[in-house]
Ligand binder design. Structure first.
Ligand SMILES: NC(=O)c1ccc[n+]([C@@H]2O[C@H](COP(=O)([O-])OP(=O)(O)OC[C@H]3O[C@@H](n4cnc5c(N)ncnc54)[C@H](O)[C@@H]3O)[C@@H](O)[C@H]2O)c1
Ligand SMILES: O=C(O)[C@H](O)[C@H](O)COP(=O)(O)O
Length: 328
């Protein structure tokens, strides 16, 4: 094995077109290792040779780190590293971790709005009904709503939450947000028309609640039976954050009972969801398979961002968006 060649493992099983994008963008002196199947045994075998690994959507399991003796860098394809990174194992070995916000806020904020429209206008439901020969042309007129003028609550006002607020500008919504760790500067709050409130007020007032916070111990099942009971009965919940933030069984109960009106869900616990997931039986939920960041444009931005960081790492330069594991 040449000591001058850096082997970069792409941990997710993906179509050849995705691998080709990474191969094309990797800096000279780097070779891409890829999987021939969605197979953990192959992952572990290839980790044994890898100097760096690109993670997400596939995650690096804690027990695999010991089997990756050459590993020096974990580069996240995206941003959501909490709850899916083996922090103690990386820290013990001095393996570094970097995330990659390139392209993400734009693409996820668009998807959040797409789900808002799909729910407020019942688009998947009307599409399915038409294919069954049912014309819901008048039935939905008393329940569909405009996005314009709604009260929208954003939970987590970071990169994506603030991109959602910016994208909502033309719709003249009444904006509320919750973020215990980040307050927007007052000028920006005014410009975006979003006011920071406590969770209770956001739940009580919002007709659309959209989640853009990380999965942490503190946010695990933040949306539970109790939370849904505090929301408006006409509320729409959008989750493009992480499945673990919402208790899915409680969400299904709330949707079935009419405690809230509808939901647009991109992320699940676990992924993919089990075939008997109760959400599948409901027609007031719109589901997408963790693709909020899944466009060609975003993929190219991620490839460019992550490969630039891998280049920095092997040239001995400072990493962008490094997570300081020692400080956690
Ligand atoms: N569906 C997808 O494909 C997809 C893509 C990208 C990111 N994500 C998810 O979106 C999340 C947000 O991404 P980001 O780039 O905006 O991250 P970010 O770190 O910029 O923003 C997250 C915000 O959430 C806030 N927060 C933390 N705990 C909170 C709490 N208890 N209540 C309210 N706010 C809280 C933080 O203070 C921060 O401002 C990621 O952690 C990831 O889980 C999903
Ligand atoms: O948190 C993120 O960036 C993404 O949710 C996640 O890591 C996978 O999304 P992908 O890069 O596959 O679109």
């Amino acid at each position: 094995m040449s000591e001058n060649l850096h082997r970069i493992l792409y941990l997710s099983y993906a179509p050849e077109a995705v691998y080709a994008m990474w191969r094309k963008a990797l800096p000279e002196g780097c070779e891409l290792l890829t999987l021939t199947a969605n197979d953990d045994a192959e992952r572990v075998a290839k980790l044994a040779e890898a100097d760096a690994v690109i993670v997400a959507p596939a995650v690096l399991r804690p027990e695999w780190v010991a089997q990756a003796p050459r590993l020096k860098l974990v580069q996240h394809q995206g941003v959501g590293w909490q709850g899916e990174t083996p922090i103690p194992e990386l820290r013990a070995r001095g393996i570094r971790l970097a995330i990659n916000p390139s392209g993400t806020a734009d693409v996820v904020s668009e998807h959040a709005l797409a789900l808002m429209f799909a729910c407020l206008r019942h688009i998947p439901r009307t599409d399915a009904a038409m294919r069954r020969g049912e014309w819901l042309g008048t039935a939905l007129r008393t329940v569909s709503r405009n996005l314009r003028g709604r009260t929208v609550g954003i939970v987590g006002m970071g990169r994506i939450g603030s991109a959602v607020a910016a994208l909502l500008q033309p719709f003249k919504v009444r904006g509320l947000y919750v973020d215990p760790y980040q307050k927007l500067p007052e000028g920006l709050e005014l410009a975006l028309g979003f006011r920071r409130v406590e969770l209770d007020e956001l739940l009580r007032e919002s007709e659309v609640v959209t989640l853009h916070l990380p999965a942490t111990r503190e946010t695990h099942h933040l949306f539970s039976d109790d939370t849904f009971a505090r929301m408006r009965r006409d509320a729409v919940l959008i989750n493009c954050a992480r499945g673990a933030v919402v208790d899915e069984a409680a969400l299904a109960r709330a949707l079935a009972a009419g405690t809230i009106r509808a939901a647009g869900i991109d992320v699940f616990e676990p992924e993919p969801p089990r075939p008997d997931n109760p959400l599948f039986a409901l027609d007031n939920v719109v589901l997408t398979p963790h693709v909020a960041a899944g466009t060609l444009d975003a993929m190219q931005a991620k490839v460019d961002g992550a490969t630039a960081n891998i280049g920095r790492f092997f040239r001995g330069e400072a990493l962008q968006d490094e997570i300081d594991l020692a400080a956690l």
